[in-house]
Design a protein around this ligand. Sequence first.
Ligand SMILES: C[S@@+](CC[C@H](N)C(=O)[O-])C[C@H]1O[C@@H](n2cnc3c(N)ncnc32)[C@H](O)[C@@H]1O
Length: 307
Amino acid sequence: MHISVLLKESIDSLQIKEDGIYVDCTLGYGGHSSEILKRIKRGYLFAFDQDQEAITFSQEKLSQIGTNFTIIKSNFVNLKEKLAELGVTEVDGILFDLGVSSPQLDEKERGFSYHYDAKLDMRMDQESNFSAYDVVNSYSEKELARIIYQYGEEKYASSIARNIVASRSVRPIETTLELVEIIKKSMPEKAKRDKHPARKTFQAIRIEVNHELDILESSIKDAASYLKVGGILSVITFHSLEDRIVKNVFKGLTEVDALVKGLPNIPSNYLPNYELVFSKAITPSSEELEKNNRSRSSKLRSLKRIR
Ligand SMILES: C[S@@+](CC[C@H](N)C(=O)[O-])C[C@H]1O[C@@H](n2cnc3c(N)ncnc32)[C@H](O)[C@@H]1O
């Protein structure tokens, strides 16, 4: 089961209009999309996901609520192109709830989890031909160390990369638990006490397999450009790397152009087209944290188009 994170806060942030057009870029198990659909009796919802299992489940779930929606099986990096193909030129609200869903993590065959033994996979899009197996068995030691350090913020990245390369020179690394063992032996005992030793490396490989950070900045900018005046873009992130990208894009879009900053009368074409809906990111309430551990690192940021 997937429990939607920051559900009330993110739906409220969109200030939904009954006849509005909305886009959920990360449909998943339809938690947020259902709440949007219930509020737009005369409007329309477009929902993206790249995971066929999530789409099949949510198609059925949303059909119980209404027929005014279309699910698009695509990476949200194609948002502009896909919406243009459908004749949509601007929308009232867009939501991103980034990362993986609980069913993706919990289905052991998908290879996202360091708790179960499975083939190294971690693809959100099951049709993609690039998986964790390829990253682990074909990247150079330098590339492995870089992604594990950058995307996992893992202190022992160099040692893990070295041991991956040594191990695969004997035979390919096929499974999640083989990788977990290599990670464990690359760290001192004290580093393994608090949290699972493979947590950061698995996060890094998952981000690389799904190009999660490479596409985020352009996707957020494209989404902002698709808003009507008065439209709102809300983004839920789950780790500091994602949040930093969203925060910086929002900062760039809401700041006065440096050329004219400080002038007494700023020409209107130099004023920003967007403003922040809340000055600081929203985080989960203590009730939510108690009920859903997955929400612990989540943050919600929202942006409104004002001109
Ligand atoms: C955290 S879950 C969304 C959960 C959903 N909001 C709910 O309440 O059920 C993220 C979903 O977004 C999808 N996803 C992640 N990155 C994507 C991308 N770049 N393009 C399309 N779908 C993506 C994943 O496959 C996953 O199903």
